[in-house]
Design a binder for this molecule. Structure first.
Ligand code: PMP
Length: 436
């Protein structure tokens, strides 16, 4: 996919902008340069957030069904308060003794399988994946990496080289092999594990020792593939049989979003060697981490020292701890499970009336919905774009994903309720009715 083909990217001229919007677009362009992308034909100028709502400069409310960073709700007072208090008290790094990062580590590790015994802090998901690669390369003496065909794992040189969704302009490493996404329609669990085994063999045939299989455990950029739970067990076994490690990228599904478990790997019943996490971890404050097997941390730590200036700083730790507290206090995981079911049922009901809608996939509050050409019933990126932009005009925010850009990506803050889902469904119905 070329960068221009990023699903739901703003294209100048696609819609008429207000004077303020046009001025902001131009200012952005001249200051930030050409690599950035905006969402929507008519970009959204947001000034405030609260719960599941974003507000534009005119004070209009938008139902946010997309942003998983503000996972416990935009500007949640418990998190904002914890950040403000810590920022006003002490903002230092992990080279001093401090309870905050330890309280956080303890609480995070309590959510992990017993085999995962340490956690190392970073600022972004990219950095966590980059660190995971360094550790995997060292532990296996290999460099071969297996990813899914439209994976995204981040922005550093090393992880961009294993992020095929960035398109042909960002070359994959010679040590990287791709496997098809685990689409049950094309072989499901057995198919995925054997694709991993074949990719590992191919690496070995080229003299490259396999180091890791890394997957986003909800396959977000591949189009959202969640079922049947359990298919990752065979895939992890396949990479281990080839001498590599299994890295679960939890940046998207982690922190209770799938409803069924705290982590995406957990709902598959698989135990990873390393787990990267980020996005929702600080509800907007940049904090991310890599949790891992103690023996891997020891092997790495005996060769290299690790310090990340901002990773795990006192304010980041306060933010992440507050997020975990909110998830527990507001029982958001169970909430995501129930609302997600209600939401998907409603989407399926709409689908039975509108032939543009295809399969509804997902777990908890992470939903993928195929958009099809109503006649040929084949993937319809243009239709998906019309729905995404139609919803934006109806003040509901989602985006599109997948290699063919035809999957609606619905991923609201976890405080989304049944009533919000119903509001979403009625606005989607109106948009579908206008499309015919
Ligand atoms: N992994 C996955 C699966 C992601 O979706 C992302 C971000 N979209 C990243 C890693 C990178 O995280 P960050 O942007 O925090 O570097």
């Amino acid at each position: 996919m070329t960068p221009e083909a990023m699903p739901n990217a703003f294209r100048p001229g696609a819609a008429t902008l207000s004077d303020t919007e046009a001025r902001l677009v131009e200012r952005r362009q001249s200051l930030l340069g050409p690599a950035y992308r905006l969402f929507y034909e008519r970009p959204l100028h947001v000034v405030r957030g609260e719960g599941v709502w974003l507000f534009d400069a005119e004070g209009e409310a938008y139902l946010d069904a997309y942003n998983n960073v503000a996972s416990v709700g935009h500007c949640h007072p418990h998190v904002a308060g914890a950040v403000a208090r810590q920022a006003a008290t002490l903002a230092t790094h992990t080279r001093y003794l401090h309870d905050g990062v330890l309280d956080l580590a303890e609480r995070l590790l309590a959510t992990m399988p017993p085999a995962i015994g340490h956690v190392m802090f970073t600022c972004t998901g990219s950095e966590a994946n980059d660190l995971a690669l360094r550790i995997a390369f060292q532990a296996t003496a290999g460099t071969g990496v297996i990813v899914t065909v439209n994976a995204y794992h981040g922005v550093t040189q090393a992880v961009a080289a294993m992020s095929p969704s960035l398109g042909a302009g960002v070359p994959l490493g010679a040590h990287v092999r791709t496997v098809p996404a685990p689409d049950p329609a094309t072989g499901g669990d057995i198919g995925f594990a054997s694709a991993v085994a074949e990719a590992a063999e191919d690496l070995a045939r080229h003299g490259i020792r396999p180091a890791a299989l890394i997957v986003d455990t909800i396959f977000s950029s591949d189009g959202v593939f969640t079922d049947p739970p359990g298919f990752l067990v065979a895939a992890a076994a396949a990479i281990r049989a080839a001498g590599g490690l299994f890295i679960a990228d939890e940046v998207q599904p982690g922190f209770g979003r799938t409803g069924e478990a705290m982590w995406g790997f957990e709902r598959h019943g698989v135990v990873p060697d390393m787990v990267s996490m980020g996005k929702p971890m600080g509800n907007g404050y940049p904090v991310a981490a890599l949790a891992l097997r103690p023996d891997l941390a020891e092997a790495f730590g005996s060769q290299a020292r690790y310090f990340n200036t901002f990773g795990g700083n006192a304010v980041a730790a306060a933010a992440a701890l507050a997020v975990l507290e909110v998830i527990e206090a507001e029982a958001l995981q169970g909430h995501a499970l129930e609302v997600g079911r209600h939401f998907r049922d409603g989407l399926r009901r709409l689908g039975s009336r509108f032939p543009r809608l295809g399969e509804v996939r997902g777990a908890g509050l992470f939903i993928g919905l195929d958009v099809l050409d109503p006649e040929s019933r084949t993937p319809d990126a243009a239709g998906a774009s019309r729905i995404v932009n139609g919803l934006r005009e109806a003040r509901v925010l989602i985006s599109a994903t997948g290699p063919r850009a035809h999957v609606l990506k619905i991923r609201p803050p976890l405080v989304f309720s049944d009533a919000h889902a119903d509001l979403f469904l009625s606005r989607l119905e109106s948009v579908l009715a206008t499309l015919g």
